[in-house]
Structure formats: structure tokens, C-alpha cells
Design a protein around this ligand. Structure first.
Ligand code: SAM
Length: 233
């Protein structure tokens, strides 16, 4: 991709994780120049595009329609259309749809480019106060207790900060499970980053588990981080 225009092919563009101003100048220009923008929810993405005066046509690409629409998208890409993929928030394909579309493009020799920007896991890691030199991103922990415990137990020896996305409703249960294996490790819960009620709670896993077991599930979106077994300092 040149610095002045959008290439043909598929371009993945990161969008804000809360604050609508967290979008790059290049992203705004590319979204305006695209033939179409694929998104998960047109209501959410239209709001963002309108805020930046972008009128580009929106199409849907989400986990339910992906298998059906992917061949049609590939056809339009092969015909030379400039197509952008965004998600509701953050970087497309990161715990969001897009991986298979990227793969299909690579298989078909269609160029795939990125206009990078926000992603909650990096925003959370950077403010967590936990070691950032090595980290493991575990996506969402399993929702079923046994699977979640197994998954948490399997990561105990990893010499890296563990980063998970978590739903507020399951946070207390996940912290309780994590306390079985990581009780005294420093940890952090980063909530509503870049938004009005942004906050980071820090403490050991056990302390955070006790804190969140006593309260209503937190409002908004959270990232859960656990320190590696041995801190650098
Ligand atoms: N693609 C997105 C990214 O790049 O971060 C992630 C999408 S995933 C479906 C949504 C999860 O990301 C939320 O459940 C939460 O764990 C995390 N998340 C997104 N926005 C956040 C924010 N502003 N503050 C804290 N966590 C956030």
C-alpha cells in the first residue's frame, strides 16, 4: 500500500475500542476511499463512519453469514474492488471475524494490507503494570467451569504475562478459578479503556477475586491479566 491511497485487495482497519477519536488519519482516508466496508453490525459502524463524515457503503461480515458471503466477497476482490474489513471495536480478526477471509485472500493471491490501531489486549497490557516483554493472549477463557480450570491450569509454567478477554458476568467465576493456580501472582483487571469509566484494578489474583466476588458484575468491557511466575525485578 502507498501512503496516499488504498490498494486494491482487502484492507484490515483497526477502529476505536471506545473513544471515537482513536482512529488514525490514514484509517479515515482509507475508509472514505474504499468501495465497500465490511463490518459486524452496520448500526455500530455507521455511527463511527458518520462521526468522521464517511459515506462509504457498508456490508455485513460476521460469524453467522461469513461462509455464505465469503465467496461473493472474494469475487468482488478479484474484480479489483477495494474492500475494507472492520469490527465493532479494535482490530479485526482479534477475537473477531476475519481470519478465514484473510486466509482465503492469501490462497487466491489477493493482497491483504493493514491499517493498524487500537486493540484492547495491548492497551490493557501497557497500563497493567505487569511485565510486557513476553505475553500470552488467551482470547476468551472457556465458559464452562471444567474447561476453564483446565485451560488456566495448563498455563501455570508459562514465562509470560497472561492476557484474557472476559465478559463482566463471568469475571468473578474466572477470578475464583484463577485463584486456585495463581493466588499470589500480581494481576490486573482493565475495564472500559478509553471510555468515561476507564479503570484498572490491580492486586494479587486472590485479592481481585475477593474484591469482585463481593460486588455486582462490573459494567462494560474487561481484560484480565496475570503476571508470569517470576517478575523481572
Ligand atoms: N477486536 C477487539 C480488539 O482488538 O480488542 C476485541 C473484540 S472482543 C469481541 C471484545 C472484548 O475485548 C471484550 O469482551 C473485552 O474483553 C475486550 N475489550 C474491548 N474493548 C474494551 C475496552 N474498551 N476496555 C476493556 N476491554 C475491552
Amino acid at each position: 500500500m502507498t501512503s496516499s491511497s488504498l490498494n486494491t485487495g482487502l484492507t484490515l482497519i483497526a477502529t476505536p475500542i471506545g473513544n471515537m477519536q482513536d482512529i488514525s488519519l490514514r484509517a479515515v482516508r482509507a475508509l472514505s476511499e474504499a468501495d465497500e466496508v465490511l463490518c459486524e453490525d452496520t448500526r455500530i459502524s455507521r455511527k463511527l463512519l458518520s462521526k468522521h463524515g464517511i459515506k462509504t457503503k457498508l456490508g455485513l461480515y460476521h460469524e453467522h453469514n461469513a461462509p455464505a458471503v465469503r465467496p461473493k466477497i472474494l469475487k468482488r476482490l478479484k474484480d479489483g474492488r477495494k474492500i475494507v474489513l472492520i469490527s465493532d471495536a479494535g482490530t479485526p480478526t482479534i477475537s473477531d471475524p476475519g481470519y478465514q477471509l484473510v486466509n482465503a485472500c492469501i490462497d487466491s493471491n489477493i493482497e491483504v494490507s493493514t491499517i493498524p490501531g487500537p486493540t484492547a489486549l495491548i492497551a490493557a497490557l501497557s497500563v497493567s503494570g505487569l511485565p510486557t516483554d513476553k505475553f500470552y493472549f488467551g482470547g476468551f477463557l472457556p465458559t464452562k467451569k471444567n474447561a476453564r480450570r483446565k485451560s488456566l491450569a495448563s498455563l501455570q509454567q508459562l514465562d509470560a504475562t497472561l492476557v484474557f478477554y472476559e465478559s463482566p458476568a463471568r469475571l468473578a467465576a474466572s477470578l475464583e478459578d484463577a485463584a486456585n493456580y495463581y493466588s499470589e501472582r500480581p494481576a490486573a483487571i482493565a475495564r472500559e479503556l478509553t471510555k468515561l469509566y476507564e479503570e484498572v484494578k490491580r492486586g494479587t489474583v486472590l485479592e481481585l477475586s475477593k474484591l469482585f466476588s463481593k460486588t455486582q458484575p462490573p459494567k462494560g468491557e474487561v481484560v484480565f491479566l496475570i503476571s508470569p511466575p517470576f517478575s523481572l525485578e
